[in-house]
Design a protein around this ligand. Structure first.
Ligand code: KE4
Length: 433
């Protein structure tokens, strides 16, 4: 990778101006580089595996817009399809056959989903799924896991209170305690904690919501049997199992994490990849549950641009390419090459890292302990990660600007990109010594 000194003066100027009009200069907090320091890149364009910023710097991109761009930036077939679609109009507020096409593809990819509703974000998807679960079961309490993020609806902005398995307390000002008092929080991978919650609250637990492979505390894998136990526990108690596959859906496999672990959740939330880079979310699952959604049933949920033709077109094109090609085998090959190269560089330089990976989603944790939950994830050395991040950035490799996010490989990443990234990692590790 070109390691000639990069400068970011244009991004600095743009960031200055952006902060006058936008809180923190961004439209989503994680973009602001607060966790790693420095100035966020202002991007001019993306192409394939590359991002180009306003200073003319070029980067191999492992953020991929936080997951949606599994085919890389400006994928030619997606661009052509969306160009044609926009010329026919961007939104009608009426049904189109595109929505049925994408819905059918989602249902065929994930057999647990018999019916699906499109919305405009993952936040809307999980918020709606929980409202639906409460209507279906007549119960109120929701179990979530520390370190899992399901978007920013009030009830889900809850963190663990004191003690192991507890009533959630607001994780943000502005969220009334009343709205998180029905949110129970347990440590990820901790079955005993979940069983304790069920012992205390089972008759009022409407659902367990989980990222089947966590991506929001960095990548954390479910321990063998953990998801199966959750499935058993919920089925036994009449609670619903909700898989939040906003990241993992069509990412770790065409059928998502539920196909990898062969588990049938009652409801699934999707987003990111199914919109091919356009705003999207979706929730779906058992027909007897989904039939409660308005206007078929009484559970209200709506959205002006839900199912809009552009997001549908980009999503259909994206998952068609994923279905038709050997995308997942290639992603596995490239991602495992990258993992071997990085872990090899770490052992060569004596840097302690963990590199949990499922398919093309991974995290480089700066810790010697295996990361199994939020507590062990937060033992990682975030200062070291920040230094590493900037050493990589200087060499033209763009990693997530936070230790607690997932990194992604796309189909557009070439073997040369992987090799260049491994070389940059070796140099970066040496600079950390
Ligand atoms: P959105 O509302 O951001 O579309 O989706 C919320 C959401 C729900 N569920 C999971 C598992 C998610 O990962 C997300 C959003 N992910 C974050 C990054 N990990 C999006 C990036 C951001 O917040 O800017």
């Amino acid at each position: 990778m070109n390691s000639d000194m990069k400068h970011f003066s244009r991004s600095e100027q743009l960031f200055e101006e952006a902060q006058r009009y936008l809180p923190g200069g961004v439209n989503s907090p994680v973009r602001a580089f607060k966790a790693v320091g420095g100035t966020p890149l202002f991007i001019k364009r993306g192409q394939g595996s590359r991002l180009y910023d306003e200073d003319g710097n070029e980067f191999i991109d492992y953020v991929c817009s936080w997951g949606p761009l599994i085919l890389g930036h400006a994928q030619p077939r997606v661009v052509r399809a969306v160009k044609k679609a926009i010329e026919r109009g961007s939104s009608f507020g009426c049904p189109t056959k595109l929505e049925t096409t994408l819905a059918r593809m989602v249902c065929e990819a994930m057999p647990s989903i018999k019916m699906v509703r499109f919305v405009n974000s993952g936040t809307e998807a999980t918020m709606s799924a929980i409202r639906l679960a409460r209507a279906f079961t007549g119960r109120n309490k929701v179990v979530k896991f520390a370190g899992c993020y399901h978007g920013h609806s009030d009830g889900l902005l809850a963190k663990a209170g004191p003690g192991m398995a507890t009533l959630g307390i607001p994780s943000s000002p502005g969220v009334p305690a009343a709205l998180t008092s029905d949110t129970l929080v347990a440590p990820y991978n901790n079955l005993e904690a979940v069983e304790q919650l069920f012992k205390r609250f089972a008759p009022d637990i409407t659902a367990v919501i989980i990222e089947p492979i966590a991506g929001n505390m960095g990548v954390v894998l479910p321990k063998p049997g953990f998801l199966e136990h959750l499935r058993g526990l919920t089925r036994q108690s009449g609670a619903l199992l909700i898989f939040d596959e906003v990241i993992t859906g069509f990412r770790v496999a065409y059928g998502g994490a539920q196909s990898l672990y062969n588990i049938s959740p009652d409801l699934t939330c999707l987003g990111k990849i199914i919109g091919g880079g356009f705003p999207i979310g979706a929730y779906g699952g058992r027909r007897d549950i989904m039939e409660m959604v308005a206007p078929l049933g009484p559970v209200y949920q709506a959205g002006t641009l839900a199912g809009n033709p552009l997001a549908m077109t980009a999503g259909i094109e994206t998952i068609t390419i994923l279905k038709e090609s050997s995308a997942y085998e290639e992603l596995e090959k490239k991602s495992s090459l990258l993992e071997k190269g990085i872990t090899g560089a770490a052992s060569k330089t004596g840097i302690d890292i963990q590199l949990p990976r499922v398919g093309s989603m991974f995290t480089i944790f700066f810790t010697k302990d295996v990361v199994t939950d939020y507590e062990t994830a937060t033992k990682a050395d975030t200062k070291l990660y920040a230094k590493f991040f900037h050493h990589m950035l200087a060499q033209g490799v763009y990693l997530p600007p936070s230790q607690f996010e997932a990194a992604f490989v796309s189909s557009a990443h070439t073997d040369k990109d992987i090799q260049a990234t491994v070389e940059a990692t070796e140099k970066a590790f040496h600079s950390l010594l």
